[in-house]
Design a protein around this ligand. Structure first.
Ligand code: ATP
Length: 444
């Protein structure tokens, strides 16, 4: 029996008022593989531990198959947990580690048949008589998985089970976990900070930031329609390009999004999504462009939905099958505070308290755990050319291309931007365009 797990407005407040999880509501369907994704400290493990009953819920309710479960002991929940550090008993063989919970659950029953069946399923028969100290990391995690599976629980909770393994093994075990959980059809909640892992495993991905659920959706939807700039920036490699723009919508001319020294001209007739931007006339927005929305080509090669800009090559990352080119287009990047590398010290002339809305937003960004997704960096006027921050990639626009382009530092290159794949977010970081569901045609 696999189970439904529901969280209703669940919060966890630790001693000294640390709010690790804030009013989280989530319905996990029976048999679903749900991934909790977010940066370190966003409350993922706390959510898992509350579902397992290892951590009391401060506010809100947990339901298992519709039954109120806040007060159930972990052993009454019929849920198995797999931890990052494997948590095997060092003085027990693989066989005993897998069989131990079975002995506890059903004293007197012989666990051997279930242990053997599980070992066959995982292909770990030859590991059963070894102690954890005699196993590699990947083998230990397989035994730990075996221990969870052998119990035939109604749900699995996995807390970064692959993060202690090297990349190759991680990929291998990821596929194995996916196969096993699908075969068993058991509800699984899987915690990770690795977006690639989340995207490849999850039926749905729940993105957390500062204890607050940002979005829960299929991997395809969180990538294609991120609710806000945080989700857009957290999902996808290379990171989405986020640039500060200003919408210009003159009554008698083409609508553009000004990006500092250049502008993106929105093709006419305007698409329904671009029409939504008209009301932002004169306002600052955050433009999101994934690297695949930009290509190196001349204006003459532009398709109807493409618009032309140029970029100065600042850095070329050769990756074998592809090349990531970092361009300087003279625009200012917008920042997602939690996702940036450490920032450089402010330059002396910026030390004074920053005034205005921008300054206040930035200050709040530094102190807020989960307010609006504040993304604005200081404006960089012509007298302040954008300087790459320490730890951040140079340039303001990363474009993915094939290795056959030979590009060198300092080259000025024509770029075509696919405006059909342009995201726009408001100053709080909420997505404005594309609209969540297509709105009625505004001209109709
Ligand atoms: N016992 C505690 N007392 C006070 N604060 C705590 C306690 N346990 C966790 N926290 C805080 O709660 C927040 C969420 O922690 P949690 O371990 O759930 O995050 P996480 O997203 O799983 O992080 P990671 O990926 O680093 O494991 C963090 O800010 C953490 O410091």
């Amino acid at each position: 029996m696999t189970r439904a797990i529901s969280l209703h407005d669940v919060s966890k407040v630790h001693a000294k008022g640390v709010r690790a999880v804030d009013r989280l509501s989530l319905d996990i369907h029976p048999g679903e593989f749900l991934v909790l994704l977010g940066p370190s400290g966003c409350g993922k493990s706390t959510v898992l531990r509350m579902i397992a009953g290892l951590e009391p819920v401060t506010e809100g309710e947990v339901y298992l198959d519709g039954t109120y479960a806040n007060d159930l002991a972990p052993s009454e929940r019929d849920i198995a947990m797999v931890f990052q550090n494997f948590a095997l008993y060092p003085n027990m063989t693989g066989r005993d580690n897998i069989g131990f919970p079975l002995r506890i659950e059903t004293p007197g029953a012989d666990p051997a048949p279930r242990v053997d069946a599980t070992a066959r399923m995982l292909g770990i028969e030859e590991l059963l008589d070894r102690y954890p100290g005699q196993l590699s990391g990947g083998e230990r995690q397989r035994v730990a998985m075996g221990r969870a599976i052998a119990r035939h629980p109604s749900a699995f909770l996995m807390d970064e089970p692959l993060s202690n393994l090297d990349a190759k093994l991680r990929n291998h075990l990821r596929a194995e976990i996916s196969r096993l959980t699908r075969e068993l059809g058991v509800t699984t909640v899987y915690v990770t900070h690795d977006q690639a892992e989340a995207m490849s495993l999850g039926d749905r991905v729940a993105v957390l930031r500062g204890g607050i659920l940002q979005q829960v959706d299929s991997p395809r939807a969180v990538y294609a329609l991120p609710r806000n700039v945080f989700v857009a920036a957290f999902i996808g490699t290379p990171r989405i390009n986020l640039l500060r723009g200003v919408v210009r919508a003159p009554l008698d001319g083409a609508m553009t999004v000004s990006l500092g020294k250049q502008a993106l001209r929105l093709p006419e007739p305007l698409s329904p999504d671009h029409r939504l931007l008209r009301v932002q006339q004169g306002r600052e927005v955050i433009v999101g462009l994934r690297s695949e929305a930009i290509r190196i080509a001349t204006p003459a090669e532009a398709r109807p939905e493409e618009t032309h800009i140029t970029g100065l090559v600042e850095h070329v990352e050769f990756q074998g099958h592809e090349v990531l080119v970092h361009f300087n287009t003279g625009s200012s990047p917008a920042l997602v505070p939690e996702l940036e590398a450490p920032r450089p010290q402010p330059r002396p002339h910026r030390r004074r308290r920053e005034g205005g809305v921008l300054g206040r937003l930035r200050e709040r960004a530094g102190s807020l755990r989960a307010g609006p997704v504040v993304v604005l960096d200081e404006p960089t006027g012509p007298e302040q050319p954008p300087a790459p921050a320490e730890g951040r990639a140079p340039g303001d626009l990363v474009v993915r291309t094939t290795p056959d382009f030979v590009l060198r530092y300092g080259m000025q290159v024509p770029l075509l931007v696919d405006t059909a794949h342009l995201f726009a977010f408001d100053q709080q970081g909420e997505r404005i365009s594309p609209a969540p569901a297509r709105l009625p045609d505004l001209d109709e």
